[in-house]
Ligand binder design. Structure first.
Ligand code: FPP
Length: 246
């Protein structure tokens, strides 16, 4: 039976997050510049978006550019920014045809003007779509997001909009960039690295992690379905004992 048929359709995670890693190493392995890896990574973005939409994932979040990625060589950063513009322009029609809404989390206003503009246009043109949200984490880091939330909470306490006693886990979640979606049930990281790299730290308190040796440009639909299938066979206890889970 092929792996897609083994995925249980009434147990699909509502939110899957992905750390797309290994573009540079994959390119080097093929004797090419790092940017070649990013270009090929776009095909994986297309496939995984399609795969997620096909099985009914409601939110797919991709870590596309972290606040730390600015320290890469200027040439690489510029290439990534250009690739984003090109990809968004190329894919908006496909997103609309498939009823997918483009969203972004992170300080995307600080991206180069052309990238920010393309992103805003893409979000505007797809805003009424309801089948799946494709969320790009751009100029995102969890510590930035949490610091920003703390600033806004303090400011709302000072401005008498909320009381200090109202600060709860759910209130904090509502001040995060991800406030419009549930926490991810599954987080996939490619390339064999096993860390979170400042991604969704608060939101991943009970997330299941799936690490694969595959580099992002070689990650295909069946790899995505394998991750979902493995997730479906894990026992999620949320602090309880096995016996308490029916
Ligand atoms: C990590 O690989 C990948 C990135 C920092 C960027 C991912 C970007 C894309 C796939 C292209 C455009 C994306 C969209 C959403 C259109 P790495 O460069 O860290 O690889 P390495 O660890 O092997 O160096």
């Amino acid at each position: 039976m092929d792996i897609k048929d083994q995925v249980v359709l009434n147990k699909i995670p509502e939110h899957i997050a992905v750390i797309m890693d290994g573009n540079g190493r994959w390119a080097r392995k093929h004797g090419k510049p790092r940017v070649f890896g990013h270009k090929n990574g776009v095909q994986s973005v297309r496939e995984i978006t399609e795969a997620a939409a096909e099985i009914g994932v409601r939110y797919l979040t991709l870590y596309a550019f972290s606040t730390e990625n600015w320290s890469r060589p200027k040439l690489e950063v510029n290439a990534l920014m250009g690739l984003l513009v090109e990809t968004i322009h190329k894919e908006v029609d496909t997103l609309n045809r498939n009823n997918i809404r483009l969203k972004a989390i992170g300080e995307f206003e600080k991206l180069p003007p052309k990238t920010c503009e393309a992103l805003k246009e893409g979000m505007e043109e797809t805003r009424d779509n309801t089948h799946m949200d494709l969320i790009l984490a751009l100029n995102y880091s969890s510590r930035w997001e949490i610091s920003n939330a703390v600033q806004n909470i303090v400011s709302d306490v000072i401005g008498d909009k909320i009381n200090a006693e109202d600060i709860s886990e759910s209130l904090i979640s509502n001040y995060l960039a991800t406030h419009f979606m549930p926490d991810p049930e599954l987080l996939i990281r490619t390339s064999g690295e096993k860390r979170l790299s400042n991604f969704l730290l608060w939101q991943s308190a009970y997330t299941e992690f799936y690490f694969t040796e595959k580099m992002w440009p070689e990650f295909r639909k069946e790899d995505f379905y394998s991750a979902v299938h493995e997730f479906q066979n894990r026992e999620r206890r949320f602090g309880k004992t096995s016996d308490q889970i029916v």
